[in-house]
Ligand binder design. Structure first.
Ligand SMILES: [Fe+2]
Ligand SMILES: [Fe+2]
Length: 218
């Protein structure tokens, strides 16, 4: 089992490294390590931890692509967009990345759990699965991120998880509240810079508020 997983990870790493800058690839490996740690902390099943770690390895596979290439992929995969090649597209890679990875590695490796996690790793979405949430958090708090807000969130998250090991329900609450803080940080950041807010983000924010700080998705 372990050997087989490792073979899959190795075959993904061999491809991903071709599409990412050195810095991006370092981030990818860090998200992968963070995901492996979170899978243990949250006591994921073998299949969910496998999915989460595969998703971590492919999550930014198209992030270094040009705007033109992003739009080419949008039209190839039927992703709806009104962007022009020179427009900022900080979120597009979550959609193109999920599709591109599935095309490259096949549906067996990029199964629906992996596809979903990659497809919402930047914006989140209403009804996130546990794997979706853990990739979202791993991407936000991995230790190569130097923003003070990310470091602070990482410290707070692990401090709060510390005394809740093996208490699945309490950990789930910490996870949901941390996601809410990430979304809040992102919205404030975008508003302060008068930047576009991705359409998924507003319904997610509203659902987090309605559920009292928890996003009780599937
Ligand atoms: Fe990303
Ligand atoms: Fe990332």
């Amino acid at each position: 089992m372990e050997t087989n997983r490792e073979k899959v990870f190795e075959s993904i790493r061999r491809e991903v490294v071709k599409y990412e800058s050195e810095k991006r690839y370092r981030h990818t490996l860090s998200v992968y390590e963070e995901s492996a740690a979170l899978a243990k902390l949250f006591n994921l099943s073998d299949s969910d931890s496998f999915a989460l770690e595969k998703a971590a390895l492919v999550h930014d596979i198209t992030k270094d692509f040009s705007g033109e290439k992003q739009l080419e992929l949008c039209s190839r995969y039927g992703i709806r967009t009104d962007k022009k090649p020179d427009d900022p597209m900080p979120v597009m890679h979550q959609y193109t990345g999920a599709e591109f990875a599935r095309e490259l590695f096949g549906k067996d490796i990029i199964d629906d759990t992996v596809f979903s996690a990659v497809g919402c790793h930047t914006t989140g979405k209403v009804g996130m699965s546990l794997v979706d949430k853990l990739l979202f958090i791993a991407d936000f708090i991995e230790p190569t991120r130097q923003y003070e807000s990310c470091k602070e969130l990482r410290r707070a998250f692990y401090n709060r998880c510390e005394d809740k090991k093996d208490n699945t329900e309490a950990l789930a609450v910490v996870l949901d509240e941390t996601i809410q803080m990430c979304i809040e940080n992102t919205i404030v950041h975008l508003l302060q810079r008068r930047m576009e807010i991705e359409e998924n983000v507003i319904p997610l924010w509203n659902s987090l508020l309605k559920s009292g700080g928890q996003n009780n998705g599937s």
